[in-house]
Design a binder for this molecule. Structure first.
Ligand SMILES: CC(=O)N[C@H]1[C@@H](OP(=O)(O)OP(=O)(O)OC[C@H]2O[C@@H](n3ccc(=O)[nH]c3=O)[C@H](O)[C@@H]2O)O[C@H](CO)[C@@H](O)[C@@H]1O[C@H](C)C(=O)N[C@@H](C)C(=O)N[C@H](CCC(=O)O)C(=O)O
Ligand SMILES: Nc1ncnc2c1ncn2[C@@H]1O[C@H](COP(=O)(O)OP(=O)(O)OP(=O)(O)O)[C@@H](O)[C@H]1O
Length: 489
C-alpha cells in the first residue's frame, strides 16, 4: 500500500509529499521490536517510554517509513510529522484493515462499573437469539468463538482493527474504557449502539476530575454510525446529564431507569436482592429471572435487554436468554463453605460497587459479613477513605489486606492499611497483609448463614506472591474448600 495514499485517505495533511511519493508499506506498528521489513513505524510519546527514541531501532529492523510528532530531519527513510501519533496510528490501522467495524453490528459499552457484566450478559442473550458475537474486554477477547488473552480492556488500535477484520461474527460487543478513549484507541471505529452504565469515583489519578472523566466517557457517542443509538442508564446524575446532552445532539437515546419517562422502567415493587425482577416497556410488564443476585446486576441485565430490543430481537427470546445465563468469572461468583456460610469473589474496587455488593449480601440474608479487601498500589488513592467507610459500616468485619502492590513497598502499604483501620475505629475490623491468609481468616471465622466477600481481584491472577499456594482468589477459595488440611496456618 502506498504510504501517501494511506495518509491522504485518513485525512492527514502531508507536508513532504515528494519524499513520500513512492514509499510503499507492508504493515504498521508502534513497537520497534515488532517491525518487519517494509513496515511503517509510528513513534508514540508514551507514559513510560518515548517511541521517538526507538526510531533508529525500527529503521534497523527495516521500517520503510516513520510517523512521529517531533521535528526530525535526516532520517534515511521518509518521515511524516503529525499532531498526534496515537490518533494517526488508530486511523491508519482502521484504513489499513478497511474499516472492519462497518461490517459488524458494533456495540460499545462504557461507564465506571458494569461493563464486563453487561457485555457477558449481552453476548449470552444475543447468542441465544441466534447471533454470533465477538467480545472485547477485561476478562478476554473472543472472536469467531476463540478466546484470546486481553492485555487491555480496550485493545490497542492495531490489535483491535486486526481482530475486527478477522472476526466473522455478526455482532461485536466491546468494553470501552476511558483510557482507551483518551488514548485514541477507538479512532476509526464506528458503533451501531453505545451504552453508558454509570459514572463513579474512579481513575481520578488519570483523569484529574470527575467532570474530565465524564467528558472522556462521552466521546463514545461521537463514534456512532449514522442512525446509531445510545442506551443510557439514568440511575445516576451523570446518566441523566448524558441523555440530555445526546438528545440535544439529535442522537436517538433510549433510557433505563425508575422514571416513567424512561423507555425501560424498573418496576419491581421493592429493590429486589435476588434475581427475579420486573421491568415495564411501553406499558407492558416483563418478568426476568437470572442466576446472579444484586440490584446492580438487574441494572446490567436491563441495559443488555434494552440493547437486544434496539437490535430488533423480541422480548420473549431475550428473557429466555437470561434464564440460562450462568454468570461471569469473578463477578459475584458464589462458592459454598464447609459450615454453610456463603463465599463470594467479586471485582468491586470502587465505593459504589462496595455498597451494591454489601447490600446484596445483606438482602440475601447474610447473618454476618466478613469483607476482605485492599487497595491497589499506585492507583487512585482518593477513593480509599470512602471504600473503607462503606466496608466498615456495611459489613460486620472488614479484613484489610493486600491487593496488587504495583511496586509499592510492602511496609508502606501496611502503614497505609493501618491508618485506614484506625480511621474505621471498629473493633472487629482487622489487618492481615497476606491476601491468602486474610481469606483463610475470614473462612475460619464464618459460621452458618454468614457471608464472606472477597473483593478487588475478581478472576485476575495475583501479581504478588502470598503464603498459601494459590495464584488467585478463586484458587484460594478452592484450596480452602477442598484441601484445607494442606494449608499452612
Ligand atoms: C498507562 C497506559 O495506559 N499505557 C498504555 C499505552 O502505553 P504507552 O504507549 O504509553 O507505552 P510506553 O511503554 O510508554 O511506550 C511508548 C511507545 O514506545 C514504543 N516502544 C517501546 C519500547 C521499545 O523497545 N520500542 C518501542 O517502539 C511502544 O511500543 C509505545 O508505542 O498504550 C498502550 C497501547 O495502547 C497500552 O497497552 C498501555 O496500557 C497499559 C498496559 C495499561 O496498563 N493501561 C491501563 C491503565 C489501561 O489502559 N486500563 C484500561 C482499563 C481501565 C479500567 O477501566 O479499569 C484499559 O483499557 O485496559
Ligand atoms: N451496574 C453497576 N453499578 C455499580 N456497580 C456495579 C455494576 N455492575 C457491577 N458492579 C460492581 O463493579 C464490579 C466490576 O463490575 P464489571 O467488571 O462488570 O465492571 P467494569 O466496568 O467492567 O469494571 P472495570 O472497568 O474495572 O473492569 C462488580 O464486581 C460489582 O461489584
Amino acid at each position: 500500500m502506498k504510504l501517501l495514499t494511506l495518509l491522504e485517505q485518513t485525512g492527514h495533511s502531508i507536508l513532504n509529499q515528494e519524499e513520500l511519493g513512492s514509499a510503499e508499506i507492508t504493515g504498521i506498528d508502534a513497537n520497534s521490536a515488532k517491525i518487519k521489513p517494509g513496515c511503517l513505524f509510528v513513534a508514540i510519546s508514551g507514559f513510560e517510554r518515548d517511541g521517538h527514541d526507538y526510531i533508529q531501532d525500527a529503521i534497523n529492523k527495516g521500517a520503510a517509513a516513520v510517523v512521529g510528532e517531533k521535528d526530525l530531519t535526516d532520517l534515511p527513510v521518509p518521515y511524516v510529522r503529525v499532531a498526534n501519533s496515537r490518533d494517526t496510528l488508530a486511523n491508519l490501522a482502521a484504513h489499513f484493515y478497511d474499516y472492519p467495524s462497518r461490517k459488524h453490528i458494533m456495540i460499545g459499552i462504557t461507564g465506571t462499573n458494569g461493563k464486563t457484566t453487561t457485555s457477558f450478559m449481552l453476548r449470552h442473550i444475543l447468542q441465544q437469539a441466534g447471533y454470533s458475537c465477538a467480545l472485547f474486554g477485561t476478562v478476554h477477547n473472543v472472536i469467531n468463538g476463540q478466546a484470546y488473552v486481553s492485555k487491555n480492556t480496550t485493545p490497542d488500535p492495531l490489535e483491535l482493527q486486526r481482530l475486527l477484520a478477522e472476526s466473522r461474527d455478526d455482532a461485536v460487543i466491546m468494553e470501552v474504557s476511558s483510557h482507551g478513549l483518551s488514548q485514541k484507541r477507538l479512532e476509526g471505529i464506528e458503533f451501531d449502539v453505545g451504552l453508558f452504565t454509570n459514572l463513579a469515583h474512579e481513575h481520578l489519578d488519570y483523569h484529574n476530575t470527575i467532570e474530565e472523566y465524564f467528558e472522556v466517557k462521552q466521546q463514545l457517542f461521537s463514534k456512532l454510525k449514522q442512525g446509531g443509538k445510545a442506551i443510557i442508564s439514568t440511575h445516576d446524575e451523570w446518566g441523566q446529564k448524558l441523555a440530555g446532552l445526546l438528545k440535544e445532539r439529535n442522537i436517538q437515546v433510549s433510557t433505563f431507569g425508575r422514571s416513567p419517562m424512561d423507555d425501560l422502567v424498573f418496576t419491581s415493587e421493592n429493590d429486589v436482592h435476588c434475581s427475579n425482577f420486573e421491568v415495564t416497556e411501553n406499558g407492558e410488564k416483563f418478568r426476568f429471572s437470572m442466576s446472579i443476585p444484586g440490584l446492580h446486576n438487574i441494572y446490567n441485565a436491563s441495559m443488555a435487554y434494552l440493547t437486544g430490543r434496539k437490535i430488533g430481537i423480541d422480548s420473549a427470546k431475550l428473557i429466555e436468554g437470561f434464564r440460562t445465563f450462568k454468570g461471569i468469572p469473578g463477578r459475584f461468583e458464589m462458592y459454598s463453605h464447609q459450615k454453610d456460610a456463603t463465599a463470594v469473589i467479586d471485582y468491586a474496587h470502587t465505593a459504589d460497587a462496595f455498597e451494591y455488593i454489601l447490600k446484596t449480601a445483606r438482602d440475601c440474608g447474610a447473618k454476618r459479613i466478613f469483607h476482605v479487601f485492599g487497595f491497589r498500589g499506585d492507583r487512585d488513592e482518593s477513593k480509599r477513605t470512602e471504600m473503607m467507610e462503606i466496608s466498615s459500616r456495611m459489613s460486620d468485619c472488614s479484613i484489610l489486606t493486600f491487593d496488587d502492590l504495583n511496586g509499592v513497598e510492602q511496609n508502606e502499604m501496611i502503614d497505609e492499611l493501618k491508618a485506614y483501620l484506625q480511621s474505621s475505629g471498629k473493633e472487629a475490623d482487622m489487618l492481615m497483609p497476606d491476601r491468602t491468609l486474610a481469606i483463610q481468616k475470614a473462612w475460619e471465622l464464618a459460621e452458618a448463614g454468614d457471608w464472606i466477600l472477597v473483593t478487588g481481584k475478581g478472576s485476575e491472577k495475583y501479581k504478588d506472591q502470598y503464603e498459601l499456594p494459590a495464584g488467585s482468589d478463586q484458587e484460594t477459595f478452592r484450596l480452602l474448600l477442598n484441601e484445607k488440611e494442606t494449608v499452612a496456618t
